[in-house]
Design a protein around this ligand. Structure first.
Ligand code: SF4
Length: 254
């Protein structure tokens, strides 16, 4: 696994951005997240070793998944002048698999390179939908786009979401709650409902994290950051791709 942040910074865009961890982290360090800048690692996938016995080889070893722009949004307007170069690097590194998530899927067609065709086979796009309103709007667009590998990300999940009708050709649905002291609650019944939709559509499902304010069987649990992923794993409800195919009701049981 590798991380590639060709630029830093982002603008809040929709309901799911309220407690964006990038904005919160930057605020603590006095950094203006709305100031978008290219990073020193803009060309990370094609950087080569300068010395040693592997001199001249790519620094990013082949065969990895590269998490692209997880500290921004790859389809951010401010990055329009830089994105073409990124596509070219992704094309050059066909031995890597790139994954980016976006809330700006409605910008996709104006952001792709001329030779995109049906999509690059080494790129997965995750469309983020935090509530039913955004799911209805973004997934209607996502359904129509030429992308070889598609995921749906419901995080932070802010309410029950009906994905039915949008699960064809989806490789993974990932669900998670919000992390913040003031986080909007995640009800476990919403998570199980999406899991059921995925099982019926034969789509892998992954419960990534609980919410800081997590409701199960009508009871509110306040979880700290360290518990969020651990409790989700404890639930054991992942299916398919990298999932345990397990079923447990242990999440947040005392
Ligand atoms: S789009 Fe993502 S990175 Fe940008 S402000 Fe929203 S949550 Fe943060």
């Amino acid at each position: 696994m590798a991380i590639w942040d060709p630029w830093r910074g982002c603008h809040r865009y929709s309901e799911g951005c309220k407690f964006c961890y990038i904005h919160k982290g930057d605020a603590r360090r006095g950094v203006d997240t709305d100031h978008i800048v290219r990073t020193e690692n803009f060309d990370a996938p094609v950087q080569r070793l300068q010395r040693g016995k592997n001199k001249g080889q790519y620094k990013m070893k082949p065969g990895q998944t590269v998490y692209l722009c997880f500290r921004s949004d790859f389809l951010l307007e401010d990055a329009d002048p830089w994105r073409e170069e990124c596509w070219q690097m992704m094309k050059e590194r066909s031995d890597l698999h790139f994954l980016f998530l976006t809330k700006r899927i409605d910008r996709f067609l104006q952001c792709i390179p001329a030779d995109w065709g049906h999509g690059y086979d080494n790129v997965t796009v995750g469309c983020t939908v935090e509530n039913q309103r955004q799911a209805d709007y973004r997934l209607a667009i996502f359904d129509t786009l030429p992308i070889c590998h598609k995921d749906i990300i419901c995080q932070p999940m802010l309410g029950p979401i009906d994905l039915r009708g949008h699960l064809e050709n989806i490789e993974l649905v990932e669900v998670g709650g919000e992390s913040d002291r003031e986080a909007r609650p995640l009800d476990y019944s919403w998570v199980l409902d999406i899991r059921e939709q995925c099982i019926r559509a034969d789509v892998p499902f992954h419960f990534r994290q609980c919410g800081s304010n997590f409701i199960k069987d009508g009871k509110l649990y306040r979880l700290n950051v360290r518990q969020l992923c651990a409790q989700a794993r404890k639930a054991g409800i992942n299916t398919g791709k990298n999932g345990e195919d397990g079923q447990s009701t242990q999440v947040c049981d005392a």
